[in-house]
Design a protein around this ligand. Structure first.
Ligand SMILES: Nc1ncnc2c1ncn2[C@@H]1O[C@H](COP(=O)(O)OP(=O)(O)OP(=O)(O)O)[C@@H](O)[C@H]1O
Ligand SMILES: [Mg+2]
Length: 356
């Protein structure tokens, strides 16, 4: 979440519900697909959203639960992966996690189309606060279970589901609970791209003018940014005027790009012009006060300039770790330790599906 601590007196203006919606991935993707990584949008069924919001720590769909059940079986020949058919088998207070078979199949099909792995997010946010839990410590997902694990562990993506209009005007029509409840949620599967953090920039547009550009990973000094600063600004300005300026409908917004080499800039995301979006090396007060000028202000971290802490350090001690530490239910921990088996199993079954 944005830190506007340098401007404690300044109330960052809220935006309209429509502005927030306009920055949701399904709204903008089709128009910008040529300049952003290939992606698929999958509508989330209500029961899956309910599962994501349910309170139990990290229970994964389908196989996970079945494995736990059969470990308790006395029958040595029993298959530890056989299906549970009867809900009566559950211990008191337990509910089986559905397999979400249709959704799982759909997601796996898209992942294969994306080359076997993807970057997942919901309508606005990625589960970047949860990468600590993934076996590979990144957001790269190869299976539906990988995605469930990240989404179940992320409070940022939960915010997309429960309070996406937190920074919209309170009196805005359509901001009420009932409208939120009828909102459709989507899983976005993006082609995985190796992106060097030093190549990423966030750009701020006020009154349709590109007013500011900030290095995205603010906790590091990258000498090549200082060396190439004029070229970086030139490339981003041309990208903005060629692809964004007259196409994105809002007057005020932020957009994220990465630039891998001279003249090659790609779009990653649009974000609302409000406190929901991290102003990075600017403050929202500054951004609101900056009028149009000839060139955007470019800020990057430099030696001796005071470095901000890592972007996701606030999320270093996740609530689930604390819950595990206090949990009397060792099965949850065992679930975690067997994720790899489940992932392998899911991968195999998709391979079978594809070849049949
Ligand atoms: N397709 C991708 N492949 C690999 N990494 C990606 C991909 N898309 C984004 N990333 C990485 O993940 C980070 C977060 O992605 P993204 O901006 O989509 O998430 P977000 O939740 O909208 O972030 P923010 O809250 O800062 O707006 C990016 O800065 C980039 O480093
Ligand atoms: Mg974003």
């Amino acid at each position: 979440m944005a830190d506007d601590s340098q401007s404690t007196q300044f109330q960052v203006p809220k935006v309209s519900r429509e502005e927030i919606l306009q920055c949701s991935f399904p709204r903008w993707y089709a128009q910008f697909e040529k300049v952003t990584p290939l992606s698929f949008v999958v509508e989330l069924p209500e029961d899956f959203v309910k599962y994501l919001l349910s309170d139990d720590t990290i229970r994964l769909p389908g196989k996970m639960y079945e494995w736990r059940r059969d470990q308790n079986s006395d029958d040595e020949d029993s298959d530890p992966w056989s299906d549970i058919e009867d809900e009566d088998d559950l211990n008191e207070g337990e509910t089986a996690v559905p397999k979400f078979e249709e959704l799982s199949r759909k997601v796996m099909k898209k992942i294969r189309k994306l080359g076997g792995r993807c970057f997942p997010k919901l309508d606005w946010s990625s589960p970047k606060d949860a990468s600590w839990i993934a076996l590979n410590r990144t957001l790269s997902c190869s299976t539906f279970i990988d995605i469930c694990l990240l989404l179940k562990s992320s409070s940022i993506t939960t915010h997309d589901l429960v309070d996406p209009f937190e920074y919209a005007h309170p009196a805005d029509p359509g901001k009420g609970d009932s409208e939120n409840q009828s909102l459709k949620h989507h899983l976005i599967l993006r082609k995985w791209v190796e992106i060097e953090p030093s190549f990423e920039f966030r750009c701020f547009v006020n009154n349709r003018k590109l007013i500011g550009i900030s290095q995205r990973e603010t906790s590091q000094v990258y000498s090549h940014i200082a060396e190439q600063k004029d070229q970086i600004v030139t490339d981003i300005v041309s990208f903005f005027s060629e692809y964004i300026e007259n196409r994105f409908p809002l007057r005020n917004y932020a957009f994220d790009v990465f630039r891998t080499k001279k003249d090659y800039v790609r779009l990653l995301d649009f974000n609302p012009f409000c406190q929901q979006t991290d102003a990075l090396l600017f403050t929202w007060q500054e951004l609101h006060g900056m009028g149009a000028q000839e060139a955007p202000v470019f800020r990057f971290s430099a030696h001796g300039g005071g470095i901000r802490t890592g972007s996701y350090q606030n999320y270093a001690l996740p609530i689930d770790v604390i819950r595990f530490a206090h949990s009397t239910n060792s099965e949850k921990l065992i679930d975690m330790l067997h994720i790899q088996d489940i992932q392998r199993d899911q991968q195999d079954s998709t391979d079978d599906d594809e070849s049949s």
